[in-house]
Design a protein. Structure first.
Length: 131
């Protein structure tokens, strides 16, 4: 389902809920690249959170569970919005890239900075795909 850079957190949440209902013995993610991809890191974090607590609300996951990883609730929500954006408008992506560079520059926690740096790389990759 999806491709290498697919963001499937909502599908992971639904699958974890269904696995509990079906009394499945486990789940497995196959084909994901490493956490340098913001989409895939979010997928891994979703699998961790929703397999532990399948009833966890999606917005609560973003605003509370992800907040320490990205710099607070507002920034975790913004990170999610940027990663899940499907825009192919060059000017819009360039604006997002400027915004993310500013956020990255303000990060003191090196783990948060790494995540925002990975998003810079992802937005740069998206720009390179626009013809």
């Amino acid at each position: 389902f999806g491709g290498t850079y697919s963001l499937i957190c909502d599908l992971i949440q639904q699958t974890c809920r269904r696995a509990v209902e079906d009394q499945s013995e486990g789940l497995e993610l196959v084909g994901q690249i490493g956490i340098a991809s913001p989409q895939n890191e979010l997928n891994y974090l979703a699998l961790e959170a929703f397999s532990w607590n399948p009833r966890l609300d999606f917005d609560t996951w973003i605003d509370r569970e992800l907040a320490p990883l990205y710099g607070g609730a507002r920034l975790s929500r913004r990170f999610w919005e940027l990663v899940s954006s499907t825009t192919q408008d060059r000017a819009e992506i360039e604006g997002q890239l400027r915004e993310v560079r500013e956020i990255h520059a303000a990060r003191i926690d090196p783990r948060q900075a790494r995540r925002w740096s990975n998003l810079i790389a992802e937005l740069t990759r998206r720009l390179s795909l626009i013809k």
